[in-house]
Design a binder for this molecule. Structure first.
Ligand SMILES: [Zn+2]
Length: 437
């Protein structure tokens, strides 16, 4: 692939503390990887392809560090419940439908299209217990052009009847999924035990063996609600902590590990996450909707624990990481007020960093325009957001994050390649083409 440059008003956050702004400049890349940001095309790169978005904001795409594809049809529904009753009444019955491939195809395509529309270019996704439709979800993610990790959920107890897996089949199906997507460039497998209460000891130890055998990452849920934590304590009265149970089965930090929520982490659990390759997925919309609580985000940042933002639909009510950033800022302000002001609110720059480079770190060098990072960005035409004169670029970013919509995003690039969300709908089991051949 040849050299190219993207022109526009460029903004990124290479660290939590710094927003870097380059008015009318060029991101120059050797096709896939960024060489640098320049106010003029350097002479050495004269004559390269220029993708001209003059006057538009160019920023890194978003990373959604925690979301559930099969819950998309439930978006906005049933949110007057708390986690455990919501799982039973709304979520398990919906996920059960993903044994039907036509249904899965229909919902997963809309889910992926709408996520990409919102400017998410890296996503970590839960499927369901069903192998075939989870493979389909991964194929659809791959055809979209974005980068993703996806996993088949494991559950062999305390769930709906039709989704209670036979333990050895659950492990065999997981291994099958790993083999099918092992070595794939953009869409990779991740081990996905739902959470401790739905997985037997035998299943958890089997998954721990798969981590060792294949060296693949792990995602799950941790310390989301008080009643869930009580339940875990009843199941493992002798364990020293919730995180310690995952760790005992080899599912906590042996490979890169994402834990969603982490609202009620103990000091010991915070220390465990600080000392290894962990990412906390902060899901403020979901935590508000299900009355779960407010994660002490400032504590995590102060301790240097890696954090990204998760939409966690359909506990969350929007696939927009932009909107989740706003919720993260608002929740941190409420936490500030209720913590005797000891935990400072997170700033716009910090939230932007978490939504781009912070969560992006799970995928490697994405989410920033530093040298050597992949050329992943979104282009925002924000003129309609400013009824009078155009303000400063940092204010334009702020306005887009708070008041924009996916309609303001006019282009998306992953590794320098144009990504079109509408294309996801073009093939499919029920459409004209057939993605599965
Ligand atoms: Zn979740």
């Amino acid at each position: 692939m040849g050299f190219k440059a993207i022109r526009g008003d460029i903004v990124h956050a290479p660290s939590k503390e710094s927003l870097e702004i380059y008015p009318d400049s060029y991101i120059v890349a050797d096709g896939k990887n960024i060489i640098g940001v320049f106010s003029e095309i350097p002479e050495a790169y004269g004559g390269i392809e220029i993708i001209d978005h003059e006057g538009c904001l160019v920023m890194p795409g978003f990373t959604d560090l925690h979301t559930h594809g099969p819950q998309y049809a439930n978006l906005g529904l049933g949110l007057d419940m708390e986690l455990l009753s919501w799982l039973e009444a709304r979520t398990f019955p919906e996920e059960m439908r993903f044994g039907d491939m036509d249904y899965a195809d229909r919902i997963y395509r809309q889910f992926v299209r709408d996520m990409v529309r919102e400017g998410t270019l890296n996503a970590v996704v839960f499927g369901t217990v069903f192998l075939e439709s989870t493979l389909l979800l991964m194929e659809i993610l791959e055809s979209s052009g974005i980068r993703a990790y996806a996993g088949k959920v494991n559950m062999d107890r305390n769930t709906a009847k039709g989704m209670t897996e036979d333990t050895s089949k659950s492990l065999a199906d997981t291994e099958e999924l790993i083999r099918r997507f092992e070595g794939n460039d953009r869409v990779r497998p991740i081990l996905t035990p739902r959470f401790i209460p739905t997985c037997s000891d035998e299943l958890l130890s089997g998954l721990g063996r798969l981590v060792q055998k294949f060296g693949i990452p792990v995602q799950s849920h941790l310390n989301e609600t008080l009643s869930e934590i009580e339940w875990v304590k009843e199941l493992y009265p002798d364990s020293r902590s919730y995180a310690g149970i995952y760790e005992g089965f080899g599912l906590f930090g042996q490979t890169p590990t994402i834990m969603a929520h982490c609202i009620y982490n103990s000091e010991e659990e915070l220390r465990m996450m600080k000392s290894g390759n962990f990412f906390a997925a902060h899901c403020p919309d979901s935590n508000s909707n299900l009355s779960s609580g407010i994660m002490p985000l400032r504590r995590f940042l102060d301790l240097g624990i890696k954090v990204g933002i998760g939409s966690d639909i359909s506990g969350g009510d929007s696939l927009s990481i932009r909107q989740c950033m706003v919720s993260a800022i608002k929740c941190s302000k409420l936490k500030h007020a209720e913590s005797d002001e000891s935990l400072l609110p997170v700033t716009m720059t910090e939230a932007f960093y978490l939504a781009t480079r912070g969560g992006g770190e799970f995928f490697g060098k994405t989410g920033s325009f530093e040298k050597g990072f992949t050329l992943d960005c979104i282009v925002v035409d924000d003129r309609e957001l400013h009824p009078s004169e155009m303000p400063r670029i940092d204010e334009r970013l702020q306005k887009f994050i708070y008041c924009g919509s996916y309609r303001n995003i006019i282009a998306r690039y992953v590794e320098g390649n144009h990504v079109d969300p509408e294309k996801v709908m073009e093939t499919g089991l029920t459409g004209e083409g057939n993605a599965r051949g």
